[in-house]
Design a protein around this ligand. Structure first.
Ligand code: ZN
Length: 451
């Protein structure tokens, strides 16, 4: 397969009249100053597609249901209450149908791959399914149907709080001891759905695991990504400080060998010293700006982290909205509102949109252990094409296109998307949309009957 693009972003440089030759899901060759040939797929602007480094696919089904105020009880924790009520009802079929819709929407929105931080493992009440990997297999089926690049991140969730409280209520569906968890990992590893699928580990948070268990799991898994929720809520930071004697990021820096395998999700609450030390560690900051805004978490210390050469990527987390450009816009705008300044996340000079897009492309790919994030030979063909004839973009120069996309354009400018060379979005529509939407509507009717 060959793609001809009128313009394309190669590394951090724009080039014209590009032919990208794809073989076995990877970019085999990139020709510049070329002419289109007969069977080439022709697009306007070709970009490396972003990796969505953090998703809980099932939460897509709750989008729009938690935006009301309950007198006297309005917080992150009431959102979590509804999530737990959902968990009393979710069946494997529901989980598969919701994940398929979420993955489809991610691809239509410009994400070629997803890190699925998967923590629902058991039946309501905690009873085991016949297969320990039943619900992971439902995620795999959704990935196979949509063709999205999947890095599966089964979650270790053992305790109900930082003092090693027992699990209760909805949490019973998450729980595994370390030995059970390691069995689950092996079962998943044997069944990954697509050639480019990968697996990593995800100790849920310092609330839901212990220092001892974390060490044991890390000792057993010496390669692949390590994702953890780290410092999302102020209360979480205080709880960890009280129990472990250090702030969460500080504790990890002192007690784990933080390196480029790690992705710290919601590194929201960090001191400047933590921020700089984390940047130097090579770990990826897994930022989910739309969800963090929706849940009222706080603002990432980006103005310190990026100049310290910190690596970052973006994730859709709760999937309340699924849009790659919107994540980058929210990331920059939150910094502007806090600092009363413009163009905050460009350490020296240059386009904000391009700096954020290229940074998130490479950081997201690193977090998912995908060789992707740029258009170059040997890289996975995780690619997205956008429509430059749209009025918002037609007057912009090449090096303004990503500013237009991130700050000015409506959604829906994605014309085509490839996940490891699989051409899943064409003409702005996912090719299996007509199968996935009815299944999703049926699942939602069933799920909401008694919630
Ligand atoms: Zn999360």
């Amino acid at each position: 397969m060959t793609i001809f693009a009128e313009s394309a972003l190669l590394g951090s440089e724009w080039a014209r009249n590009i032919r990208v030759i794809v073989e076995d899901g990877r970019i085999a060759q990139v020709e510049q100053g070329a002419q289109p040939k007969d069977h080439d797929i022709q697009v306007s602007v070709l970009l490396p597609a972003l990796a969505n480094l953090h998703s809980h696919a099932f939460q897509r089904a709750m989008a729009g249901m938690t935006e009301t105020r309950v007198e006297g009880r309005e917080s992150f924790w009431t959102w979590r209450d509804l999530m737990y009520r959902f968990l009393d009802r979710l069946t494997p079929d529901h989980i598969q149908s919701i994940a398929a819709l979420a993955f489809l929407e991610m691809q239509e929105a410009g994400f070629a791959s997803v890190g699925e931080f998967h923590y629902v493992h058991h039946q309501p009440g905690g009873q085991r399914y016949d297969s320990e990997s039943e619900l992971s297999q439902r995620i795999f089926a959704a990935a196979e149907q949509t063709g999205i690049g999947l890095t599966h991140l089964p979650v270790l969730y053992t305790y109900g709080g930082v003092e090693q409280q027992p699990l209760e209520g909805g949490q019973l569906r998450f729980g595994n001891r370390v030995d059970e968890y390691l069995n689950l990992l092996e079962a998943c590893r044997d069944r990954l759905p697509l050639p480019d699928s990968a697996i990593g580990i995800a100790p849920h948070s310092l609330r839901a695991t212990s220092a001892h268990d974390l060490r044991e799991v890390l000792d057993h898994t010496t390669d692949g990504p390590v994702h953890i929720h780290i410092a999302e809520q102020v209360k979480e930071v205080q709880d960890v400080q009280n129990a472990l004697g250090a702030r969460p990021v500080e504790w990890l820096l002192n007690n784990a060998d933080l390196n480029d395998r790690w992705c710290l999700i919601h590194a929201t609450h960090m001191t400047d010293a933590e921020t700089i030390a984390m940047a130097r560690s090579g770990a990826v900051a897994g930022l989910c700006p739309i969800t963090e805004a929706n849940l009222g978490d706080g603002i990432f210390n980006g103005a310190t982290y990026l100049p310290a050469q910190g690596t970052f990527g973006v994730g859709t987390d709760s999937n309340i909205r699924i849009s790659a450009p919107e994540e980058l816009r929210m990331l920059e705008y939150s910094q502007r509102l806090r600092d009363k300044a413009r163009a905050v996340l460009v350490p020296e000079a240059g386009s904000v949109g391009q700096t954020l897009y290229c940074g998130a492309a490479l950081g997201g790919a690193q977090a998912l252990a995908r060789k992707a994030g740029q258009i170059a030979p040997g890289y996975l063909a995780d690619l997205v094409a956008i429509d430059r004839t749209h009025p918002t973009l037609c007057a912009l120069k090449d090096d303004q296109v990503l500013d237009g996309l991130c700050f000015a354009a409506p959604n829906g400018l994605v014309t085509d998307l490839w996940s490891a060379g699989r051409h899943m979005v064409r003409g702005g529509r996912h090719i299996v949309r007509d199968a996935i939407l009815p299944a999703y509507r049926t699942a939602m009717r069933d799920l909401l009957q008694n919630v």
